[in-house]
Ligand binder design. Sequence first.
Ligand SMILES: Cc1cc2nc3c(=O)[nH]c(=O)nc-3n(C[C@H](O)[C@H](O)[C@H](O)COP(=O)(O)OP(=O)(O)OC[C@H]3O[C@@H](n4cnc5c(N)ncnc54)[C@H](O)[C@@H]3O)c2cc1C
Length: 428
Amino acid sequence: MNVPVKCDPREVLFVHSSLAIYHILCSVLMVAIFIATKRLVESFRRSYSKLTVVVIGGGPVGLTAVLVAALSKKVSNIILFEEMFRNNLCNKPSQIAFNPKTVKFLRTLDIDFDNLEGCWSNDYFYTRSGVYTDYLLCVLYKFNKKVDLKLGTKFTRDTIKEVDKVVGRKLVIACDGSNGNGARIMGLNDEFLQHSLNAYGAVAGVDRLVHGAVPVPETSVQNILFDLGAYGILVDERQEPQGFTVKLFGNLRHRYMNIAIPKCESTLLKSMRLVLDRSIPHTDVVSNLELLFTIIMRNIFIKCFNTYKSEVESSISESTALKTLKFSPRLFEIKLSQRLETVVYFKETDTFLIAEGEAARCTNFHTGKDINLAMDGLPILNRFITMITWASSEHSIMEAMLFKSRSAERICKSFLKNGLRDTVFSPS
Ligand SMILES: Cc1cc2nc3c(=O)[nH]c(=O)nc-3n(C[C@H](O)[C@H](O)[C@H](O)COP(=O)(O)OP(=O)(O)OC[C@H]3O[C@@H](n4cnc5c(N)ncnc54)[C@H](O)[C@@H]3O)c2cc1C
């Protein structure tokens, strides 16, 4: 005989809800274990992922890039290709100037400014390219287990095979200056965008046989007008431009000067910019005009130098200038060249390629402080290295490349907006 089973509906509900909670908890636990395992595997993968960095060019930017890579835990080894030997590198006379932002960044790399020959002025640090290179090479020799400095070795098409043989993910950084072709032969688009900086300028340099190669602070003078009346160039006073900025920089042995002026349509500027039509026959009149223009520019530079030189240096005479002064014969338009493509990824060889320094962007005018533009790409290099070392999916690779190209774009945009105002036209 069947005994009717009585069940309390509340009990049934309790059992069902307990079962449901149990299932939910199990699912949550499974998901949590899955996520934790995935994270653990990912963190193992990340901590074991390593990158090989190849740097083309051992100028100030290339060597700083090597140092950033050497300090990164993500990088297992670094190879630098520099076509010059150490002696020539360390004797490079051109001045480099670091603005306060760059100084702060370089301090994070433990650059010891107290042990670097140079001078401070308004929180800017001025030194010679060779001095900075020498300092960095000494620092980098300490990383000899990780860094292979191939000085006196030109990077050519044949070197690419050597790079391709390296196992694992690679980052090639082209830092071979404004005339380098490393980025192009590796496969980066070689198109440059030219931006006018809405100003005209001219540069000059004088080399003298004095011993002091230690940089001296920059002299910058605003609103100077040149009287070219003696050459028959008369300026209509109503059209007078706002005046030139004159800068003297470098060291006592290699002195540089530049003059710059915002763009405007004045008789004075038109005369100083006049370029003779090469297609017209080279008559005596043309030759005389060319000679006159050259004399005008030389006299302007001699006068500027002698008026604004530092107290400790001697004036230059016309005869010395004839032998030692190199200068632009005419005013030219100041431009910024920006490499259109700054990052690319080659799947077959698992290689990222970027351009930095003057290989990525440069002006045709040395402002005395324009190294900052060349160095500006490096503060994000460490983060980019981390991103590409960890990137495993197509999405994360794209994300890293986007991060790099946006940063390159920002540098140029900011320079176009403030560059000359900060480095040339602002009273120091
Ligand atoms: C006359 C002059 C005056 C200047 N004055 C100032 C100034 O007052 N203030 C300032 O801030 N900046 C100044 N500059 C600019 C400053 O020197 C540059 O901004 C800086 O040198 C750029 O550094 P970089 O490393 O990008 O390029 P670079 O210094 O040009 O270095 C590129 C390196 O790559 C190497 N290289 C090229 N091709 C290859 C290859 N195929 N294989 C291997 N190696 C290769 C070259 O030998 C070189 O050592 C001046 C420059 C000049 C020329």
